[in-house]
Design a protein around this ligand. Structure first.
Ligand SMILES: NC(=O)c1ccc[n+]([C@@H]2O[C@H](COP(=O)([O-])OP(=O)(O)OC[C@H]3O[C@@H](n4cnc5c(N)ncnc54)[C@H](O)[C@@H]3O)[C@@H](O)[C@H]2O)c1
Length: 341
């Protein structure tokens, strides 16, 4: 298949592109490259791609494409809360525009990177499945719900949208993100000897390795249409249904000499959801996640040591919000996060 991969220069896209290529697909990228130069380790060999803003996509971007994997977005709660209007412009309106163009161009499958944070304040210890009520608590999560709703309206016999609700990712990617919980805690452990948790540690935060997400998307791309058409799937594994305090404990075990410190100074975090991942396994027989939290923490610690993670890069280069703040302050991107020419 010829696959348009948006967000190919992001944390997940950089891991997913080679997985798709290895599966025999021709990958074409599309990304505005906001974080393209923030790399830990060897610079990745990106697939051919266009540096274009999602808000400016045209029919040309989807011409001749068999499937779209749509990852490009302002990718977390702090970014979304910083600029809710921008989040809706990019994550919601531009995503739906891309899907409409794809559908008009005859693209048959559209895999959308949604998130388990659509369950938001699910609360309790019950496992939430895909049919559970959606209770997004941030503009980021709300934008994902709106896109799912609008894609559902576009589904027809020729156009198959699939809503991939990923758990919170972890693991090494050359385009590292240190602002997601496991990657963050491993960094703190190595740089300061403390696994520093600012919440009270009680929220459930299911995790999934970036490589397992890539394998899940690769599988959904070629699955029989009836197995995935217009369906939502939680992507992850019950073994990685963990609380933030448990994640911290596993990081402390993986990084020798580090200790857990839970300060609770950030107050109660309403985002708590414990997730049922069985629907995807049933739809894609043979699929299961390969990575545990502990193994991921060990992998990350090795990569951070090997590639020389510093406090400066940890805080500035690999934290999405810090990169965008610095770029707007320096004037390289404008207030709407477009590059200044
Ligand atoms: N990483 C996670 O834990 C996680 C979990 C669930 C869902 N997701 C979703 O997966 C997708 C990828 O996440 P990620 O972790 O790789 O994030 P990321 O921030 O590393 O990558 C997002 C990419 O989108 C690009 N982008 C942002 N705005 C753009 C615009 N206006 N035009 C073109 N490109 C633009 C950025 O340049 C970046 O390369 C996102 O949609 C995110 O919401 C991620």
């Amino acid at each position: 298949m010829r696959v348009l991969l948006t967000g190919h220069q992001g944390y997940l896209g950089t891991v997913m592109a080679p997985v798709l290529a290895e599966a025999g697909h021709e990958v074409v990228g599309l990304d505005s490259g906001l974080f393209a130069d923030h790399v830990l380790g060897p610079t990745p060999a990106d697939p051919p791609g266009r540096r274009v803003d999602l808000r400016d996509v045209t029919a040309e971007d989807v011409a001749g494409v068999d499937a779209v994997i749509h990852l490009a977005a302002l990718s977390n709660d702090p970014l979304g809360s910083l600029a809710p209007d921008l989040t809706y412009d990019i994550n919601h309106h531009a995503s739906v525009k891309l899907a409409c163009l794809a559908r008009e161009a005859g693209v048959e499958r559209f895999l959308y990177a949604s998130t388990c944070s659509v369950y938001g304040a699910a609360g309790g210890d019950e496992l939430v499945g895909e049919d559970a009520p959606l209770r997004p608590v941030t503009p980021y999560a709300e934008s994902k719900v709106r896109v799912e709703d609008d894609l559902h309206e576009l589904a027809d016999s020729d156009f198959t949208p699939v809503y991939m609700r990923n758990a919170t990712a972890f693991g090494y990617s050359p385009r590292l993100r240190a602002d997601i919980v496991l990657n963050n805690l491993v960094g703190h452990a190595l740089l300061s000897g403390e696994v520093l948790v600012l919440s009270d540690g009680t929220p459930w935060r299911p995790l999934v390795h970036a490589a397992d997400i890539a394998r899940a998307f690769a599988a959904a791309l070629v699955a029989p249409k009836e197995a995935v058409h217009d369906r939502a799937f939680n992507i992850g594994s019950e073994v990685n249904n963990v609380t933030v305090a448990e994640i911290a404990g596993q990081v402390a075990e993986a990084v020798e000499g580090s200790t857990v410190r839970i300060t609770g100074e950030a107050g109660a975090d309403p985002r708590s959801y414990r997730v049922d991942f069985s629907r995807f396994r049933a739809a894609i027989p043979g699929f299961d996640c390969e990575w545990t939290v502990k193994r991921g923490a060990l992998e990350l610690a090795d990569a951070y040591r090997k590639f020389g993670l510093t406090r400066e890069s940890f805080e500035r280069s690999f934290t999405r919000l810090a990169v965008l703040r610095a770029a707007t302050e320096a004037g390289t991107v404008d207030d709407t996060l477009r590059w200044r020419r």
